[in-house]
Design a protein around this ligand. Structure first.
Ligand code: ADP
Ligand code: ADP
Length: 226
């Protein structure tokens, strides 16, 4: 049974100058706990597809099922990481990780231990009271990842999370992500430009084309890990 299921999902943006077909018809199935990497040229519709799966954008055509049900509005239990980390510089690292609770008016105190434990797992133990502007780009993105995982979401969506980082930092981040994924298998979709990153992180790779904007091929990664 697939956990996330797309059938000819499409998106047309209405703009002042006309219509933009951002995604023509994308189909795939993802089982619970699987990681899919979404690979394709700039402008082929990867971000749009991710936003539709998150329920943040409504599909113009086709069908998206999550857990067997059609999407209605944003998925509540969702971790989302963007290319820009979107941290609040005037709040501490710890408060940034706990931000989702503050935003819905919940007391974050009950979640401080989990926040500290997540930060520890990505090498940020001891940085809880720093402000984001005191950290490097890679450290900031690690904070953003901890924030996305604070509520232990079943679905984890990442839109080119490491694109702004140098190659060395990117590799470190990939290892951190692997460590975090040991917590539990999380249904994950990772948008990336990097083929090695896709191969390292994903169980399957979906290759998207720009014209027409659709998923052309899905490749299973079956590496003989020791
Ligand atoms: P990718 O993430 O693969 O770079 P996007 O999903 O960002 O692709 O964009 C797909 C296409 O839709 C592009 O042609 C882009 O210019 C267009 N597009 C994206 N967002 C909007 C929008 N809000 N309004 C109009 N066109 C958009
Ligand atoms: P369970 O996952 O244990 O079966 P539920 O039956 O309450 O729990 O369904 C929750 C699941 O439904 C979530 O895991 C999520 O994937 C999915 N879901 C949550 N919000 C939406 C939504 N807005 N549209 C479609 N599916 C959703």
């Amino acid at each position: 049974a697939s956990f996330i299921s797309l059938r000819d999902a499409g998106k047309i943006y209405q703009t002042r100058t006309g219509k933009v077909v951002a995604v023509e018809a994308a189909s795939f199935d993802l089982a619970r706990g699987e990681t899919l990497a979404l690979l394709g040229p700039s402008g082929c519709g990867k971000s749009t597809l991710l936003m539709m799966i998150a329920g943040l954008l409504e599909a113009s055509s086709g069908r998206i099922l999550v857990n067997g049900r059609p999407l209605v509005g944003p998925i509540p239990e969702l971790g989302f990481v963007f290319q820009r980390d979107l941290l609040l510089d005037w709040r501490s690292v710890l408060d940034n990780v706990l931000l989702p609770y503050a935003l819905v008016g919940q007391d974050p105190k009950a979640h401080v231990d989990r926040a500290r434990s997540l930060l520890n797992r990505v090498g940020l133990g001891g940085f809880e009271d720093k402000r984001p502007y005191e950290l490097s780009g890679g450290m900031r993105q690690r904070v953003a990842i901890c924030r996305a995982l604070i509520d232990d979401p079943d679905i984890f969506l990442l839109d080119e999370p490491f694109a702004a980082l140098d190659a060395f930092t990117r590799e470190q981040m990939q290892l951190d992500m692997q460590r975090l994924s040991l917590e539990k298998p999380r249904t994950t979709i990772l948008v990336t430009h990097e083929i090695p990153e896709a191969v390292f992180m994903a169980d399957r790779i979906a290759i998207m084309t720009a014209r027409p904007s659709q998923i052309r091929e899905i490749v299973d990664i079956d590496l003989p890990w020791p």
